[in-house]
Design a protein around this ligand. Sequence first.
Ligand SMILES: [Zn+2]
Length: 75
Amino acid sequence: MSKCKACGGSEFRREEVKEVFHVNGHYALVEHIPATVRMQCGEKTFDAETAEGIRKMLHERRQPARSVAMDVFAY
Ligand SMILES: [Zn+2]
C-alpha cells in the first residue's frame, strides 16, 4: 500500500469498520466492513471488491440484518 495522499503516512492496519451510506434518499449503516485504516489520519479505504459488494448490497434493497434509530445532530 502506498503513502496516504492526505497526510503522507504509510502505516495502516486492517480493521472492521462501520460506515453510513446514503442511498436513494435513505441512510444505511453497514457494519463489519473490512477496511484499511490509516494510523495517522484515520482515513478508511475499502478495496474495490469490498466497495462493489457494498454498492450491490445497498442497491438490491436486501433485507437489513437489523434496524437502529439514529439521532441526527446539526453542528
Ligand atoms: Zn492520511
